[in-house]
Design a protein around this ligand. Sequence first.
Ligand code: DAH
Length: 339
Amino acid sequence: MKAALEAIRAAAHQQLQQAGSLKELDDLRVKFLGKKGELTAILKKMGSLSAEERPVIGQLANQIRESVEGDLAARTQALRAALQAEKLRAETIDVTMPGTAPAPGHRHPLSLVLDEVKEIFLGMGFDVVQGPEVETDYYNFEALNLPKDHPARDTQDTFYISENILLRTQTSPVQIRTMEQRKPPIRIIAPGRVYRSDAVDATHSPIFHQIEGLVVDKGITMADLKGCLETIVKRLYGDEAVVRFRPHHFPFTEPSAEVDLQCFGCHGEGCRLCKGEGWIEILGCGMVHPKVLSICGIDPEEYSGFAFGIGLERLVMGRYNIDDMRLLYENDMRFLAQF
Ligand code: DAH
């Protein structure tokens, strides 16, 4: 039995020296010292020893356990140190190396032009206000003089959340919300996202942006509307920019007009971008309908106003000679990096 115990000490010593990982060390601990290990196996046979032999062997067994535990601890420490040293070596960083500079981002062309438009209007004494993109049927249509059976609703089909809650098709509902909250004089613009169930092509997208404008005061006329919009267009496009006012119909203005910008692609000759027309429509406008003023509690006998809705994408495309609207949404860095 003595010999068997000494053999364990020698085998353990040798095998522990060779162990290359903490996992291996633990396996060896189980193998030699565990409940089903070699040392326990021998101790279980102590019952067959004589009364004199038992304490001697017992003592030896304890020595051997201590010796194996000592080897185990020493090897564990050595391995840990080696692993730590290796880790430190592998993770060395050269603090003198130049870093990788993060490429600075910049604003999207839609934001660039919108910021410019805001600046121009702020300079003319307008406030910038906001309204919800999820709107009620009342604000998006009804209060704008578009009752449920009005044919003009057909051109503004949208995404319905319920029968009376929808994604707004225009920023015009912000006119109503503003007139409910403020009394004249009112001078606001309301930029924001609008939605329509339109198919995507070079000039259409189911999500796009408008900038609504509203002025209500005593004695406001169509001349104020024309002057205001011409100023904006010339500030954005330069004094050479050519615009025309064309009679149109909107249920919430009377009279109404659309404003076209002479095509920047062909200068009026007709091309793919303007669909051969020579002109590109950039906004709708008109004198606020007396009915709409009344609905908002403003007396149309005392006050008048004008309103307009600008298509931001169209402005941006005109500004930078972009001939396909899809470029504005596709996040292609080759395109975006140019602004
Ligand atoms: N909301 C209209 C549209 O989306 C544009 C518009 C026309 C806005 C005339 C106005 C306006 O404020 O007076 O087609």
